[in-house]
Write a new protein. Structure first.
Ligand SMILES: [Zn+2]
Ligand SMILES: [Zn+2]
Length: 311
């Protein structure tokens, strides 16, 4: 399995000279399975890179097909879908998977994204065929050769973490999640003063550990550093210390720090990585900060700067 990082920034896309090393596009990961099947995670602005590559192949003739797993529908995870060029070619078929939520259907959310007050083309008028799949948190399913497991993370509304296996290696993607023992944020989660809250935390920690169990690669939300999370614990994000704790409990083989704060300059991200490496120096796994253009090969854990080849 090859994992391509096309967007690693959290919250807002940015383009400043002092953020260029790690990159300013928001969340998109593309995964090539052992038989070259393509799976994408999230439609942040990084997905435009994949769109450009796909348009050099079958998508240009309207014969393209793809699958996009959405963690949740906050802007930074869906904004790039508006300019994902393969959606504008008739004949292409894309399947989008996201959490089922209590109050609003996935179809309503997508109609809202393409509402005429915000965008000139309505969702129903997109030339490509878009098939929406609502996923219950905890549900497992398969796409091509991939087996996918899900769980609800600790973030406003319903956010999914994913464990993806192609039979040869395991990749776990956990972004946009806060410290469960400090503040519960997910839709339907118990409140912190509930008498059963401690049991809930225990079962949540077991689920998140299972999701990352012996993963060849764990990507974890590290929007904050220990000094910047103070007073912002309820914003829905974590720090490298949190990622290291989960990676250790889960016996993951490698941890990648992800969802960098848009106010974090390259120097800050480098420093975040250095501190994380120091904390993890006696652990059985390596830690790196994600950057745009990074490709990690599993199970070998080889890192390259490589362009996605999925035409
Ligand atoms: Zn986010
Ligand atoms: Zn979010």
């Amino acid at each position: 399995m090859k994992i391509f990082f096309n967007g690693v920034r959290g919250s807002y896309p940015i383009a400043y000279p002092d953020n260029i090393e790690f990159g300013g596009n928001t969340t998109n990961i593309s995964i090539l399975g052992k038989n070259k099947e393509l799976l994408m995670i999230d439609g942040g602005t990084g997905i435009r890179t994949v769109g450009r590559i796909l348009m050099q192949g079958k998508c240009r003739q309207g014969q393209g097909k793809g699958h996009i797993l959405i963690t949740h529908t906050h802007w930074d995870h869906i904004l790039g879908l508006l300019s994902f060029t393969p959606f504008f070619v008739e004949g292409n078929v894309f399947h989008i998977y996201a959490a089922r939520t209590e109050c609003v259907s996935l179809k309503k959310i997508f109609e809202g994204l393409y509402d005429k007050d915000f965008f000139p083309v309505a969702f129903k008028d997109l030339p490509a065929k878009i098939v929406l799949h609502e996923i219950n948190p905890g549900q497992s399913f398969t796409i091509d050769d991939f087996t996918i497991m899900t769980m609800q993370l600790n973030h406003p509304n319903t956010t999914l973490g994913y464990r993806i296996s192609d039979g040869e290696s395991i990749f776990t993607f956990i972004t946009d999640t806060a410290r469960i023992h400090v503040v519960p944020l997910g839709e339907g989660f118990l409140s912190i003063d509930d008498p059963h809250y401690n049991e809930f935390v225990e079962s949540y920690e077991k689920r998140i550990t299972d999701l990352a169990h012996k993963a060849d690669l764990l990507v974890y939300d590290t929007h904050f550093r220990e000094e910047s999370i103070k007073g912002r614990e309820h914003w829905g994000h974590s720090t490298p210390k949190d990622g290291i704790r989960i990676a250790e409990m889960a016996e993951a083989r490698q941890l990648i720090l992800f969802h960098h704060d848009p106010d974090e300059k390259d120097n800050d991200t480098r420093e975040k990585e250095r501190i994380a490496k120091d904390i993890a120096k006696d652990k059985n796994f390596d830690v790196y900060a994600a950057y745009e253009g990074l490709c990690v090969e599993l199970p070998s854990l080889k890192h390259n700067k490589e362009e996605l080849n999925c035409k």
